[in-house]
Design a protein around this ligand. Structure first.
Ligand SMILES: [Fe+2]
Length: 182
C-alpha cells in the first residue's frame, strides 16, 4: 500500500490522520466499546496534559501513542488468554508498527511510539516527555478503580507516587481528591 503521510513535522497532527488512527484502533478492537472508550479517554487526558506541560514535546507522538497504547490487547488475549500488561507490551508494538508504517509514518516516530507501548505498564526503559504524558493519561483513567476504595490520605500518596508530570498530578488531585473532600 502506498504511504499516505510522509515526513510530517513533529508538531503537526492533522485531524484527518488522527481520524485514520482512530479508525484503525476501532478496527483492531473490533467493536469492543469498553476498550474504545478507554482509548478515547486516555487521548483526551493526554491532550490536556500536553497543553499543560512546557517541555519540548511531540504532539504527533503523544496523540498516536494515546490512541494505540492498548492495541496489543486482542492479540494478547488470543495468544495467552490474558490481557496482562506484560503480554500487551509484547504484542502491541508490532501491530502499531504495521498500522503506522502503512500510513507513512517516519521511522523515528514509529520507534518512539512502539517503545512507549512496550513500556506503558512496566516503565522499564524509556523516560521521554511523551512517555510520561501517556503514562499519566492512562493512570488518570485507571486510578478511578482505586479512588473509590481508598481513603483521601492513601489516595494522595498514591497520586504522589504514580504520576510523572505536574499537570497529570494536578488533574488527578482535581478529579479524585477535591471531589472526595467535598
Ligand atoms: Fe494497557
Amino acid at each position: 500500500m502506498k504511504p499516505e503521510i510522509t515526513n510530517l513535522p513533529d508538531d503537526e497532527m492533522p485531524d484527518e490522520l488522527r481520524a485514520r488512527l482512530l479508525d484503525a484502533m476501532r478496527g483492531v478492537f473490533s467493536g469492543d466499546q469498553r476498550r474504545i472508550d478507554h482509548a478515547m479517554k486516555v487521548l483526551a487526558y493526554a491532550g490536556e496534559i500536553l497543553a499543560g506541560e512546557n517541555e519540548n514535546t511531540s504532539p504527533k507522538v503523544v496523540v498516536t501513542a494515546a490512541i494505540l497504547h492498548d492495541i496489543g490487547i486482542p492479540q494478547a488475549e488470543l495468544k495467552y488468554g490474558s490481557a496482562a500488561g506484560k503480554y500487551q507490551e509484547i504484542e502491541g508494538p508490532p501491530i502499531a508498527r504495521e498500522i503506522l508504517a502503512t500510513r507513512g509514518f517516519d521511522e523515528r516516530t514509529i520507534e518512539h511510539v512502539c517503545r512507549i507501548i512496550a513500556n506503558h505498564h512496566s516503565d522499564r526503559d524509556i523516560d521521554t516527555p511523551e512517555f510520561r504524558i501517556i503514562w499519566d493519561a492512562d493512570w488518570l483513567v485507571n486510578i478511578a478503580a482505586e479512588a473509590s476504595i481508598a481513603d483521601s490520605e492513601s489516595l494522595r500518596k498514591r497520586i504522589e507516587k504514580v504520576f510523572k508530570t505536574s499537570t497529570g498530578k494536578r488533574i488527578a488531585e482535581r478529579i479524585y481528591l477535591e471531589r472526595k473532600m467535598t
